[in-house]
Structures are given as structure tokens and as C-alpha cells.
Design a protein around this ligand. Structure first.
Ligand code: NAD
Length: 421
């Protein structure tokens, strides 16, 4: 990984930029530049062939001034401590911007879940929870799913935690199946929150979504539901989509149901017959109204930011745009909606799940969606108002910097009130 693309360096740089503009107290800035706690674990797992393999894992608690840590767990072959630290910082800002009572955290294990059996995955999930169990809990740090982790994995982890502690504690992890304390509406909440942001953005940009063309990178939990909701709820036309194997493009729009079926049958959207193949790089540069990166970080960098033709970039993935690219997009008047607003729907409904678990009282899907819309729309309006305020007073700032200013201010205030500086 080059220095430029080191995710934690990027997270620190984004904070530094906001800190300078908002004149953040130097002591608060120093606390907020580094995680509060980093746990590194090695997890031995007996594999299907009888041999034991050791997996490296992490759990980072970035800041808990506003409440327990909150953040997902990634299983990925390219997981790294830098990525987990960056994601834990972004979780801190995300929870703060949404104004929910959590700090930020994140976890990860270096592994290739695609090449593992269910039994191996279960052993790894339980082993990871045994290793980090002392550092998590409903009032300490609350994990959730992220890339390549699922509700089933959350269920195994909660079960292991309950065995370790000897009591039932569903609020210690979110993204669980609804049958064991999960929330209605959690499965598509990240994408739905993102689509509420798109709806509000389109209003401001005077974009008619019914005539808009959309390209989506990634067809997992975030990307797939974004496709479905953009298509069905907003009436936009999704013309391109991709996954790790490659992408597919159709000028007249892709058919969601047929594409999903093809992905299930063939393992990738790449060979879908309802469109022509397109590389991930080319997908990013398509002449569309809305580009939705919904896969991994560092997809729009200084080397391709000049070629992005979309009017709006909606960052459903975490960290898909580097700071250098951010500046280029701002300069070119491409409206880049930041990840920690766009994908906050997942953590907001995780918060609802936690609140329901703590109360032992469950809400309807309708309740969940209504409350989600309210929080996301309020965060969006806060961000745009702050952008306007600062851009009028000084030099133009990006929506991301505006969102940072709000989020950092709230965390700094909580730290001050607690007497941390
Ligand atoms: P996922 O594992 O369900 O899906 C990831 C998708 O990205 C898959 O379709 C995969 O094939 C694709 N992909 C991987 N590498 C790619 C590449 N190089 N080019 C194109 N596609 C590629 O993961 P997810 O939950 O959808 O997460 C995607 C992004 O959204 C991540 O950045 C994650 O942190 C973020 N996010 C997810 C949630 C959530 O609730 N799922 C919440 C907040 C943020």
C-alpha cells in the first residue's frame, strides 16, 4: 500500500483539514488523531483438514466519549490494522454526525471467507469473540457486520459471548437475525439511508431522479439494495453494476431481478446477458448522473478523479474517495456526498436494534424506516447548512469537511465535559 492510500493516514488528514478550519483545540485534536485502544489477537482455528491455522485479528476502540464503541467486523484477506483504525475513526464521526449515543470502533480478521467452509467460519467467528470478548459488551463496545460478515456470523459471536459471560446479552452485537434480537429493517438499512441522502441531494441539485442514470460499484449488502431501492423507490435507472470479478453495463438500464438471479447462479454479475461487460475502472468513469461506490476504499484517487463524469458521487462504501481526489472533485463541482453520512443508515438501525434489545421491546419495519429517514435527513440538512455557513464566511469547503466539523465538535464537547482535556 502506498503512503498516499494508507487509510489511517487519510482519516487523520481529513480530521486535520476540519480541525484547521474549525480551530479545534490542540489537545482535543491530539486525542482525536489516535485510537483510544487497539487490541491485536491471534486466533487458532482447527481447519477441515485437521490442521490448525492461525488468523490475525483486530478490534479498535477509537473514541467512547459519546457512548460505547460501535462498529462492524470485517473478514477480508487484505484486512490491515491501518484499515481497521481508519474505519474506527470514521465510525466515531458517523455516530456523532447522526447524533446517536455511541463512540466509534471497528474490528477485522485477515482471512479469505470465500475459501472457508461454514464450520471453519463458525470456529473463526467464535474464536475471534473469545479473543476480544473482554473488550466488547452492550455498554462497552458493540460490534456489527461489515464486508464478508453476516447475521449468521453475528449470531455465532453473540452465542459465544453469552457462553463466556454466563448471561444473555443481545445488545452486545447488532446485525443479528430478527429471530434472536435483530431489528426489522436492518438488512437494507445502509442502502436505504443512502437513498434518502440521494433523494435530498437530488432536490438540492434540481436533478430529476426519474430521468437519472446510476452506476454502482459493488453488489453486496450495500450495493445490491442500493440498486433495488434506487430503481423501485426513487425510479432511477441503474445502467451499470460490478462486483470483485468485473461489471456489466446497459445503456437502457439493467433488470434488478434478472441480474440478482444471474449473480446467484454464476457467482458474479460480470457474465449477465442483459448487458455488456465493463471493467471496474471503466464503470467509475461512465457518463452517469450518480456514481455509487459501494465496494471498498480508495476507488477514486488523484489518478482518476479528473475522469469522473458523474454529477453526484454517493459514497456508500467507506473511504472510496481519497483526500486528493476529494479536492479535485470539489474543484470540478462534482458533488461528493461523504461516506459517513451516506452509509450511516446501517449504524443508525444498529442503534435502533441495540435500543430495542436493551428495552426488550421491538418495533415494526415502518417505525424503523420512519425514524431512519428523520435522522438521515436531519444529518443531511445539518451538513449542508454547515457547508453553506463556512463557505460563505471563508473558502469553499466540501460536504465532507462540513460533516467533519459537526461530528468533531460534538465529540470534542463530550470529551471536554468528561474532563479529558
Ligand atoms: P459485501 O461483502 O456484502 O459486498 C462487497 C461487494 O463489493 C461485493 O459485491 C464484492 O464482490 C464487491 N467488491 C469487492 N472488491 C471489489 C472491487 N475491487 N471492485 C468492485 N467490487 C468489488 O459488503 P458490504 O456490506 O456491501 O460493504 C460494502 C462497503 O459498504 C464497504 O466499504 C463497507 O464498509 C460499507 N458499509 C457497509 C455497511 C453494511 O451495513 N453492509 C454499512 C456501512 C458501510
Amino acid at each position: 500500500m502506498t503512503e498516499e492510500l494508507d487509510p489511517f493516514r487519510i482519516a487523520q488528514e481529513q480530521l486535520d483539514a476540519a480541525a484547521e478550519i474549525m480551530h479545534l483545540d490542540k489537545q482535543a485534536h491530539a486525542i482525536l488523531r489516535e485510537p483510544k485502544q487497539t487490541v491485536i489477537v491471534n486466533i487458532p482455528v482447527r481447519m477441515g483438514d485437521g490442521n490448525t491455522k492461525v488468523f490475525n485479528g483486530f478490534r479498535v476502540l477509537y473514541n467512547n466519549a459519546r457512548g460505547p464503541g460501535k462498529g462492524g467486523i470485517r473478514f477480508h484477506p487484505k484486512e490491515s490494522i491501518s484499515t481497521v483504525k481508519a474505519l474506527s475513526a470514521w465510525m466515531t464521526w458517523k455516530c456523532s454526525l447522526a447524533n446517536i449515543p455511541f463512540g466509534g470502533a471497528k474490528g477485522g480478521v485477515i482471512c479469505d471467507p470465500k475459501s472457508m467452509t461454514d464450520a471453519e467460519l463458525e470456529s473463526l467467528s467464535r474464536g475471534y469473540m473469545r479473543a476480544i470478548g473482554r473488550f466488547v459488551g452492550s455498554r462497552i463496545d458493540v460490534p456489527a457486520p461489515d464486508v464478508y460478515t453476516t447475521p449468521q456470523i453475528m449470531a455465532w459471536m453473540m452465542d459465544e459471548y453469552d457462553k463466556m459471560t454466563g448471561h444473555d446479552e443481545p445488545g452486545m452485537i447488532t446485525g443479528k437475525p430478527v429471530e434472536i434480537g435483530g431489528s426489522a429493517g436492518r438488512y437494507d438499512s445502509t442502502a436505504l439511508g443512502g437513498m434518502y441522502v440521494l433523494r435530498e441531494t437530488a432536490k438540492r441539485r434540481k436533478m430529476n431522479l426519474k430521468k437519472a442514470k446510476v452506476a454502482i460499484q459493488g453488489f453486496g449488502n450495500a450495493g445490491k439494495f442500493a440498486f433495488e431501492i434506487a430503481d423501485k423507490l426513487l425510479g432511477a435507472k441503474v445502467v451499470a453494476v460490478s462486483d470483485s470479478a468485473g461489471g456489466v453495463y446497459s445503456e437502457s438500464g439493467l433488470d434488478f431481478a434478472k441480474l440478482s438471479k444471474a449473480k446467484e447462479e454464476m457467482g458474479s454479475v460480470k457474465n449477465f446477458e442483459g448487458g455488456k461487460q465493463i471493467s471496474n475502472d471503466k464503470l467509475l468513469e461512465l457518463d452517469v448522473d450518480v456514481l455509487i461506490p459501494a465496494a471498498l476504499e480508495n476507488q477514486i484517487t488523484k489518478s482518476n478523479a479528473d475522469r469522473i463524469k458523474a454529477d453526484v458521487v454517493l459514497e456508500l462504501a467507506n473511504g472510496p474517495v481519497t483526500p486528493e481526489a476529494d479536492a479535485i472533485l470539489l474543484e470540478r463541482d462534482v458533488l461528493d456526498m461523504p461516506d459517513f453520512l451516506v452509509n450511516s443508515g446501517g449504524v443508525i438501525v444498529s442503534y435502533f436494534e441495540w435500543a430495542q434489545d436493551m428495552a426488550g421491546y421491538f418495533w415494526t419495519e415502518e417505525d424503523v424506516y420512519k425514524k431512519l429517514d428523520k435522522i438521515v435527513t436531519t444529518s443531511f440538512n445539518d451538513m449542508m447548512a454547515t457547508q453553506k455557513k463556512y463557505s460563505e464566511a471563508k473558502k469553499r469547503i466540501s460536504p465532507r469537511t462540513a460533516a467533519y466539523i459537526i461530528a468533531v465538535e460534538r465529540v470534542a464537547t463530550a470529551m471536554k465535559l468528561r474532563g479529558w482535556y
